[in-house]
Design a protein around this ligand. Structure first.
Ligand code: PLP
Length: 224
């Protein structure tokens, strides 16, 4: 398949899954094309094929693509862990940061931001020690702290699924994430609308969309 055919296939699967979504307030899905496996030329081909939301997980790769694709109209997503000392290099360039996982990081972002930064709060749904993110049990305690940062808008939750999870486990984790997101949204905390859900990658994005994902992050399916 050519890249253009792959894009078409993914978009078809996305709209099929949207049709089967159990969440009533059905929003269109944003497909974030993850370009960490490829160079800027390949990333440009993806944009030209119609994927205008681009995600990178590392600051250096993000900055490289950002500079090389400057002439294109792209929504830029930083999807991976961000070290506090690198915040100033990148945060004002991103349209969405998906991996906000501590109050300390929020503090640094709030300080360096020259406008409101849209962030997803990363939640460690599975509780695996190796995963980043706030544990669900800790949310009630930390949300008021995140709410204080006026340069940060928490647009939603982001979560990563454990490797090797069964279909049933995935369904359960996706559903838990959806419930958490809706619960937080209903609290109407300042700076925390939390209307979005960033979950689902190449292996499981259709299932994620069925459970209410509004942003999916897809790399391998485009490039492997
Ligand atoms: C690499 C990566 C993805 C994309 O994963 P694929 O399985 O290649 O689709 C999504 N999210 C994050 C945070 C990643 O680092």
């Amino acid at each position: 398949m050519t890249l253009i055919e792959k894009v078409q296939a993914v978009l078809n699967k996305v709209s099929l899954a949207e049709g089967q979504s159990t969440s009533k307030k059905n929003k269109p899905t944003t497909v974030v094309g993850v370009t960490k496996y490829v160079d800027a030329q390949k990333a440009r081909e993806l944009v030209l094929a119609g994927i205008t939301d681009i995600g990178e997980n590392r600051v250096e790769l993000f900055l490289d693509k950002y500079e090389q694709l400057a002439e294109l109209s792209v929504n830029w997503h930083l999807i991976g862990t961000l070290q506090r000392r690198k915040v100033k290099d990148v945060i004002n360039l991103v349209d969405y940061f998906h991996a906000l996982d501590s109050v300390k990081l929020a503090q640094e972002i709030d300080k360096r931001a020259d406008h409101t930064i849209k962030c997803f709060l990363q939640v460690n749904i599975s509780g695996e020690a190796s995963k980043h993110g706030v544990l669900p049990d800790a949310l009630a305690q930390v949300l008021p702290e995140f709410s204080r940062f006026t340069n940060i808008e928490i647009v939603g939750l982001m979560t990563m699924m454990p490797l090797g999870a069964t279909e049933a486990e995935l369904a359960d984790f996706f559903e838990q994430a959806k419930t958490l997101q809706e619960t937080i949204a209903s609290q109407k905390l300042p700076n925390i609308p939390c209307t979005e859900l960033s979950m689902g990658m190449s292996q499981d994005y259709q299932q994620a969309i069925k459970h209410g994902a509004t942003f999916v992050r897809i790399g391998s399916e485009f490039f492997k």
